[in-house]
Write a protein that binds this ligand. Structure first.
Ligand SMILES: [Fe+2]
Ligand SMILES: [Fe+2]
Length: 237
């Protein structure tokens, strides 16, 4: 599980990690800066690996504000968090010192309330659980793990709905990122086109199967239809 720290005069934490990992996450941040100076904590969607430790961070970082999509805030976070949280709109830019983080809503791409963030200076997309990969690998990799990523995504979360996924991929691609930073696995660099292609193909392949599925359903419903009662009237000869 990944959490990302953007250092600077207004430090940003993207995802808190789980509550049970809080002390480890706090200690890791302390190797870079004083964690009590955190100013922004962005929750990409409401799950324990994204915000399980949020209240522990808010308790020890008194100037920190939690930010999340309006969906996340209204449905969950405004009640869950011990301090008021701020809802983010699509396209809004979080200005945090030298960092500008543009919000890209991605509902139903994994989570119904999900957002991604585009760090505009360094051209990094923080993509939540999109582009995740399994296991412990190098922090940043260049080799192509796209098919593994799609396979893991579909194993855990099922097939994403086509329209929201295509739209999210369009918007990620339009940001021309140099790095994709997912919630699990390595940060992805190098040629990112295979990742967009693999995720698009994962839903296109399903679309190609649809006519076959519909044809099968029609045949089954014809097979399941009750047999026609024999006619009592004599057939005309
Ligand atoms: Fe998630
Ligand atoms: Fe996750």
């Amino acid at each position: 599980m990944n959490a990302y720290l953007l250092a600077g005069e207004e430090p940003v934490l993207i995802s808190t990690g789980m509550r049970c990992h809080f002390e480890d996450t706090w200690t890791a941040i302390a190797q870079v800066l004083d964690p009590s100076t955190l100013r922004h904590i962005v929750v990409l969607h409401f799950e324990s690996d994204e915000c399980g430790a949020l209240n522990e961070f808010l308790a020890r970082a008194p100037r920190a504000t939690a930010l999340a999509s309006m969906r996340t805030v209204m449905a969950s976070l405004s009640d869950f968090a011990v301090r008021p949280v701020r809802g983010l709109g699509d396209g809004e830019v979080i200005v945090a010192g030298v960092h500008s983080l543009r919000v890209v809503e991605a509902p139903y791409v994994h989570a119904w309330d999900g957002i991604m963030l585009v760090e505009e200076q360094a051209q990094i997309v923080f993509s939540g659980d999109l582009f995740l990969q399994p296991g412990h690998a190098e922090p940043v990799i260049q080799n192509d793990r796209s098919s593994l990523s799609v396979q893991l995504y579909r194993t855990f979360y099922g097939t994403p709905p086509e329209v929201p996924l295509q739209r999210a991929l369009d918007r990620v691609g339009a940001s021309s990122p140099v790095l994709l930073a997912p919630g699990h696995g390595s940060v992805l660099g190098g040629n990112l086109v295979p990742y967009y292609r693999a995720y698009r193909q994962s839903v296109n392949a399903l679309a190609a199967l649809r006519p076959l599925t519909e044809a099968t359903r029609e045949r089954r419903s014809a097979d399941d239809a009750p047999p026609r009662a024999p006619s009592l009237s004599r057939e005309p000869s």
